[in-house]
Design a protein around this ligand. Structure first.
Ligand code: AMP
Length: 528
């Protein structure tokens, strides 16, 4: 098997060459490469001796514990698993039970999630941030504080093969079981090599960490920055509300986020022309990029290249790209930027239902193949085989995205074939919401619709139920106990019946239209 490059190798390397360079600024703390490598090494020293499955959970985000936990896990030769800080207790317990972790790294926000039930399924080793306060004792568990980890640990990051799992990212699954996308080191190495060759990140770059570690865009932000010997500036959720100021104050030079941020900034009028002069590279990923938003960003950051990059977690961050240059390549009738062409080492194709390639201009499913494909879904071999089929000897990932190529060979994103939606940048399967809605409402006749939504991105979910046992408020309260906040409908409407389409299935489009036309009583079931 080919050798992989351990994700912590660059931090180790720069710590030897330039230990005093700034590597990380997070929550008011600044760490040099020397500091960060020392922390990762000590953490690896705690994790490696207990390694069994090699999996380390990271119940942390946008914190020193999150970054150190990820680097230390990689250094030890392990696989890191981000756990969403918005998970309700039941879902966290379910994940901890399935994952059989060797250790868990927890920051202050993660510590608040450790209840009696969670404690019962914790791994035998827990590393706690210094400011993390626990409400209960962790008797019988080895607890270490991040700031006082024992000296020592492996002197170098562990050697790993290219197929060694770097991380497992969990996302919504249609059957109610979250899907754990297993991403090998070789796929991340490939992504980083392509991006570095294309953009040329430099030691004087200052990158923003715009997302939680449960989004794989965070992998790009962390590891391309550290590969270049540059500094990463982690934004708090509050700073994400006013990113222009953060970009100016920190003199940020490289940026990658979901496009929704642009919409938000335009709405609160903080994206003025020429207001982001420090940026030299700006990328958007995760949702369709509206042309107007792309142009507004380009005007705000006149010295920046702007690119739309496309890809699912299953193909490691992104694998198609389209520079935003005039005349902008626009997807017909959708006013969004084309998703462009595949990265070197990756292939994209438009397939019909039988796996046959479709000609230019004919819509079909976007399929991806090449060096960045994930290994599959954790513990779900059948789903893996279905979504990663081998066609004529080539392994593909079927994205569920509807797309087409144009006469110039550029790819365009036309929406979804299934009912996966993006809600404020989070990937959600509406079937999963409906599954829980059925249980919470005691009704089999339910529907979930992404609304309000424009150009492929939604800001909320609305639920519908026929003959429900409880009130909308009670249903929403029950859902809050089982689903992360972004998956809980902002309103639940109780109807006498659900509209059906020609196939006799619930017509979500008709429900969406009713919401658009204000035909569903606004006040009913809306959150206070
Ligand atoms: P995730 O796995 O969270 O990155 O979500 C992947 C999905 O996000 C893709 O299958 C697309 O539906 C959507 N997506 C990602 N990037 C883009 C983009 N640049 N344009 C349109 N949709 C995108």
């Amino acid at each position: 098997m080919a050798a992989g490059r351990n994700l912590s190798f660059d931090v180790y390397h720069h710590a030897r060459e330039n230990p005093d360079l700034l590597a990380l600024s997070v929550a008011g703390t600044e760490l040099t490469y020397g500091d960060l490598a020392g922390l990762a090494r000590r953490l690896a020293g705690v994790v490696r001796p207990v390694a069994h499955t090699g999996r380390v959970g990271i119940l942390a985000s946008r914190s020193l514990a999150a970054c150190a936990g990820i680097l230390g896990t990689a250094w030890s030769g392990g696989t890191y698993v981000p756990l969403n800080l918005k998970l309700p207790e039941e879902r966290l317990v379910m994940l901890l039970e399935t994952l059989a972790l060797d250790a868990l790294v927890v920051d202050a926000r993660g510590a608040a999630m450790i209840t009696e039930r969670v404690r019962a399924v914790l791994p035998s080793t827990v590393v706690l941030a210094d400011d993390a306060r626990l409400a209960l004792d962790l008797d019988g568990i080895v607890v270490q504080r991040l700031g006082s980890l024992p000296e020592g640990g492996p002197a170098q990051p562990a050697a790993v093969d290219a197929d060694h799992l770097a991380y497992i990212e969990f996302t919504s699954g249609t059957t109610g079981v979250p899907k754990g996308v297993m991403v090998p080191v070789g796929a991340v190495n490939h992504y980083m090599d392509v991006m570095q060759a294309w953009f040329g990140f430099r030691p004087d770059d200052r990158a923003a960490e715009t997302c939680d570690i449960t989004f794989d865009l965070s992998v790009h932000n962390m590891f391309l920055t550290w590969q270049a010997g540059a500094s990463l500036h982690v934004m708090t959720p509050l700073q994400m509300v006013a990113p222009a100021r953060f970009i100016r104050d920190r003199q940020i030079t490289t940026w990658l986020s979901v496009p929704s941020i642009i919409a938000m900034m335009r709405q609160n009028r903080t994206l003025e022309a020429g207001s982001l002069p420090s940026l030299r590279i700006s990328m958007f990923c995760g949702e369709p990029l509206p042309v107007g938003a792309a142009r507004a960003w380009a005007e705000a950051a006149p010295d920046s290249r702007v690119e739309n990059i496309y890809g699912p977690t299953e193909a490691t961050i992104a694998c198609l790209r389209q520079p935003v240059v005039e005349p902008v390549a626009v997807t017909p009738k959708r006013e969004i930027v084309a998703i462009g062409a595949a990265y070197p080492g990756m292939r994209a194709a438009i397939l019909d239902g039988e796996g046959r390639q479709l000609p230019a201009g004919t819509p079909g499913e976007i399929a991806l193949s090449g060096a960045q494909l994930a290994t599959g879904y954790f513990g779900q071999p059948d789903l893996t085989a279905a979504r990663f089929p081998v066609i004529d000897g080539v392994r593909w990932y079927l994205t569920g995205d509807l797309g087409m190529t144009d006469a110039d060979g550029l790819f365009h994103h036309l929406g979804r074939i299934d009912n996966q939606v993006k809600v404020l940048g989070n990937r959600v399967e509406l079937e999963e919401v409906e599954m829980y809605l059925r249980a919470a409402s005691g009704s089999d006749h339910v529907a979930a619709v992404a609304w309000p939504a424009t150009q492929g991105s939604a800001t909320g979910i609305v639920g519908f139920a026929v003959g429900a046992a409880g009130t909308p408020d009670a249903i929403r309260a029950a859902l809050r106990e089982r689903l992360p906040a972004y998956m809980v409908p902002g309103a639940v409407h109780l109807l006498d019946d659900l509209p059906l389409n020609a196939n006799g299935k619930v017509d979500r489009k008709a429900l969406f239209d009713r919401l658009e036309r204000g035909l569903v009583p606004e006040a009913e079931g809306r959150a206070a």
